[in-house]
Design a protein around this ligand. Sequence first.
Ligand SMILES: N[C@@H](CCC(=O)N[C@@H](CSS)C(=O)NCC(=O)O)C(=O)O
Length: 248
Amino acid sequence: MIRSGISAIRRLSSAPGNSSFFFRQLFDHESSTYTYLLGDLVSKECILIDPVLEQVERDKQAVHQTGLNLKFAINTHVHADHITGTGLLKKSTNCKSIISKYSGAKADIYVEDGDNIEFGQFALTVRPTPGHTNGCVTYVLESQKCAFTGDALLIRGCGRTDFQEGDAATLYDSVHAQIFSLPDDFTLYPAHDYKGWTATSVREEKLYNPRLSKSKEQFVEIMKNLNLAYPKKIDVAVPANRVCGIQD
Ligand SMILES: N[C@@H](CCC(=O)N[C@@H](CSS)C(=O)NCC(=O)O)C(=O)O
């Protein structure tokens, strides 16, 4: 597995027969955050999902290398562990920022259930997946049979529910209704991984997720007892992310 800086390049192997689809999964070691670069090599339009402030130069280089133009910098939610790179990207490119209407954060464009975010011939569809935060969404790329789950679903885990607007029962319902309802062979890409995993599938998580494969009552009990330390940057990250990150 390769996952450091700009060398963390992983083509979507399951891309069904569309050679103009471009995909890179990029990793920030400090926050264990995945950023995704998705592009259309014909129109040259591309988007970034969950950029990290400290990795903005890397991300711009990745966009530049491939001759793409950044159309949107998109967040899956208001992150608590790192500052988004969206504000800085907006300053130095022509991109527009996107976040859920229910996030409580500033952005150029607000999205909600069923909205499509188009880049060239491709489009992400928005599915609301609250529970980690109110404004958490999953972006589904139907044509490539994959989805970007943010912190709602992590590989063999899920986002914690003990701060921001966290609610375990809501998260359970979100994942079951909006993610586990996708076809079993859809690839799922999370916003974080702490164990070295890069991607999973709907089928795998339905079978093997140690939290979400349980009953709702068991899940709520598990989430009450995670006993995780608060993210180190929470006090700076949440206020910064509510205003789209650093812009000055
Ligand atoms: N140690 C990290 C924060 C780790 C953490 O709390 N991760 C969150 C997602 S980022 S808010 C989470 O939901 N984790 C779930 C889990 O089961 O690990 C830091 O200090 O930044």
